[in-house]
Write a protein that binds this ligand. Structure first.
Ligand SMILES: [Zn+2]
Length: 109
C-alpha cells in the first residue's frame, strides 16, 4: 500500500502537531525548570518525530525499516513516527525484552 497524497499530508500535519506540542513542552513555564527538562525517553520521542518529518518528504516514509513493506496507514495515523510494521515491531520489542541493554539504543530506531 502506498500512501495517497492526502494520507501523507494528514500524517505530516500530525507530525507537525506533535513537534509543536513537544516544543511547547520543552519551553514550558520559564519559572519552572522542571517543565523544561525532558526525560531521556521524551527526548528520544522528540528525535523520532523530527526524523519522521524529514522522511515524510522522501520515498521511504511509510516503509518498514526491517522488511521494507508498507506500514498500515492506521498504524501510521496512531504513531506517525513509527519505523516498523506491526509484525516487525513485535519482533523488535521481543528482542528488546530479551536484551534490555539494547532498549535505549534501539527503541526508536
Ligand atoms: Zn516490517
Amino acid at each position: 500500500m502506498h500512501l495517497t497524497p492526502q494520507q501523507r499530508a494528514a500524517l505530516r500535519a500530525r507530525l507537525l502537531m506533535l513537534e509543536q506540542l513537544q516544543t511547547e513542552r520543552q519551553q514550558g513555564d520559564p519559572n519552572n525548570d522542571a517543565a523544561a527538562t525532558l526525560s531521556a525517553s521524551d527526548q528520544l520521542h522528540c528525535d523520532a518525530v523530527s526524523r519522521a518529518l524529514v522522511r515524510v518528504h522522501g520515498k521511504t516514509y511509510g516503509l518498514c525499516i526491517d522488511c521494507n513493506e508498507s506500514i498500515a496507514f492506521a498504524r501510521l495515523k496512531m504513531e506517525p513516527q513509527t519505523l516498523r510494521c506491526q509484525d516487525c515491531q513485535a519482533r523488535h520489542d521481543l528482542q528488546i525484552w530479551r536484551d534490555p541493554s539494547a532498549r535505549w539504543v534501539n527503541a526508536f530506531l
